[in-house]
Design a protein around this ligand. Sequence first.
Ligand code: DNO
Length: 402
Amino acid sequence: MKKTWRWFGKNDSITLPMLRQIGVEGIVTALHSIPNGEVWPYEEIVEMKRYIESYGLEWSVVESLPVSEAIKYGGPERDALIERYKQSLANLGRAGIHCICYNFMPVLDWARTELDHPWADGSTSLYFNRVKFVYFDKYILQREGCDADYPAAELEAAAQMHAKALSEGTLEALHAQLTDTIIVKTQGFVNGNISEGEANPVAHFRQLLSLYDGIGREELRANMKYFLEAIMPVCDEWEMDMCVHPDDPPMQLLGLPRIVTCDDDIEWFLDAVPNPHNGLTFCCGSLSAGAQNNVPALAEKYCKRTHFVHLRSTDVLPNGDFIEADHLRGRAHLIEVVRTFERERPNVPMRVDHGRCMLGDESKGYNAGYSFHGRMMGLAQMDGVMAVVRDELRNKAETANK
Ligand code: DNO
């Protein structure tokens, strides 16, 4: 697999010369300054590509070319937005970039409730606490009918959290922290809907949720199919590999439908538009956060339709919470996943996704999940695994040839 790294552009304090020193071969980035729904100009793409190449690297993958909400909920402006999306794809193709990661998650991209969950060794990681999420839904968002989505025990635990914060006078701080984590900090840098510093993010968020009134799984699936069918001719013309990122976490959230969560979902969208350019970002971390998913088995099944891999692992705890695990551990079984991809798709780009905060990362203001030392350690671990797996494959081939 090709070793790539998510780099946030020229303002990223982790620079391209630093990345070369740690063995990175390709860059994953986006034109972050272009607003969602606008065309990416050819000249700006070429300028960024040349900049990356001037450091001896290549622009391997775009993450993300964001899909506007109106395409997802099927609003009246969707055809105009799809035309712009096609134009951006054609401009990228003409510039020589052929791999595009995107997602089809309504309103909320990835979700976590804690950005600095402490580990016993002094490092921290991202974490999803179910009760805190229920609390956000019921006491902050105050979503109508949300009780029906959660077991009684979780609702009870959220009620206790509320009573405790009230009696200790910490309600405001709790609400600010959860709002900031769930709908602001994790979303800002992914070209999300809510930006840092907004006066009333919760009201804005409620308004976005209301765009999906009446949109269930079937409607969202139909809109995804409509979008993919519309862009495939451009993908054929410019050899663009589209790779959808699985929903993170892979479950329904806040009453919104999510349709890339499990084996059946993946099979559905690949079959619905059976063009090889319609593919998957195999995000081991997102998939492993769903107890329904066996990540190595999914890798075997879908490696041929995968154009990009995110190597990350999680552990799902008995209470349903999940924690981002060390890259060599957890339920994603990355060693097995690497075996599959090195055997079947040795040139596929992969990036180590998320890392713990360690050794001073915490004070650097990195985007949530995108620490330097933590990711570098993950990359070194995966590099070691890849070296061993390649050795295994070589030995096997030699034995077979004897
Ligand atoms: C989070 C990321 C996602 C991902 C998008 C792709 O760390 O994995 O935000 O970039 O969903 O469209």
